[in-house]
Design a protein around this ligand. Structure first.
Ligand code: NAD
Length: 264
């Protein structure tokens, strides 16, 4: 399967290149960066520490999409929405791990999925997807427990709460049969008053080089359940993305999640 990486010079982009290179049945067939990036014109293998691969980073997404079966995209929301449209025109698989999408961005992704096979997830690791399924179950089983979601990431992360925290929050809300936006409590500060029953709280910590820690806390009178996932290495997400691309090959167009890929 011929796969291209968009945002190839980014933290995740470089991991994706390595993951494709290490996967049997996957061939790195293109690498794209944004116009003006100093990475354009460079061999993507050199940038990823693999040595020369003969795949040169280009800023021509359209041309690249025409010659591959799938693209792996961990970039920024505006770019991902554009890439989803290009993937729809090219009728290829679009694996999108970009977080921080607005409702309008999400609607555009859904529209593109009429023609593209899009696999989108705020977290591509097996562990976190299992944590998500557990969160939904516990939230349903313990309707009176307060739910708080705490995440920590490296100091360069630009969006908060993380896509994974929101994914966990959505799962908890689904378990309770409510809509996350109507119960989500973010960034408490000052005289906030008592906690509203039924709220799902979020706290985002930033610092150092933390790849991604997430804890879901279920708290009641006198007892507390905490479930935690800690990612030590971005390679984890990259391997998940390649797995998603291979899974999506030949699937009919639609918007899929990592839960579909992993059969959870
Ligand atoms: P990064 O800033 O290191 O990399 C993003 C790359 O995208 C940059 O190289 C940038 O130049 C490139 N880019 C931006 N606009 C572009 C465009 N129009 N065309 C081509 N390239 C473009 O960021 P990162 O840490 O690699 O994270 C990227 C995204 O992936 C973030 O949204 C992050 O939250 C998300 N992420 C998701 C998962 C997951 O499992 N779903 C895991 C880790 C990170």
């Amino acid at each position: 399967m011929k796969i291209a990486v968009v945002g190839a010079a980014g933290r995740m982009g470089r991991e994706l290149v390595k993951a494709i290179h290490a996967t049997e049945g996957a061939t790195l067939a293109g690498a794209v960066e944004q116009k003006g990036s100093i990475a354009v014109g460079q061999d993507v293998g050199l940038l990823s520490g693999l040595g020369k691969l003969g795949v040169i980073i280009t800023d021509q997404a359209l041309e690249t999409f025409a010659k591959v079966d799938a693209v792996l995209d961990f970039t920024v929301p505006a770019a991902s929405v554009e890439f989803a449209g290009l993937a729809a025109n090219a009728r290829i698989v679009h694996v999108c791990g970009t977080t921080g999408m607005s409702p309008a961005d999400q609607a555009a992704m859904k529209a593109a999925a009429r023609h593209a096979t899009i696999i989108q997830a705020g977290n591509m690791s097996l562990g976190v997807n299992l944590l998500t399924a557990l969160t939904k179950k516990i939230a349903a089983a313990l309707p009176d427990f307060d739910i708080e979601i705490v995440e920590m990431h490296h100091r360069m992360k630009v969006d908060a709460p993380s896509g994974t925290a929101l994914m966990l929050g959505a799962a908890a809300a689904e378990g309770r049969g409510v809509v996350l936006n109507e119960v989500s409590a973010r960034g408490r500060d000052g005289h906030t008053g008592a906690r509203k029953s039924g709220d799902i709280g979020f706290a985002a910590l930033r610092g150092g080089s933390v790849v991604g820690d997430h804890t879901v806390i279920f708290a009641a009178e006198g007892e507390r359940i905490e479930i935690t996932h800690k990612a030590d290495d971005r390679a984890l997400f990259a391997r998940g993305a390649v797995k998603a691309a291979l899974w999506g090959h030949g699937k009919k167009p639609g918007l899929y999640s990592m839960m579909d890929v992993l059969g959870i």
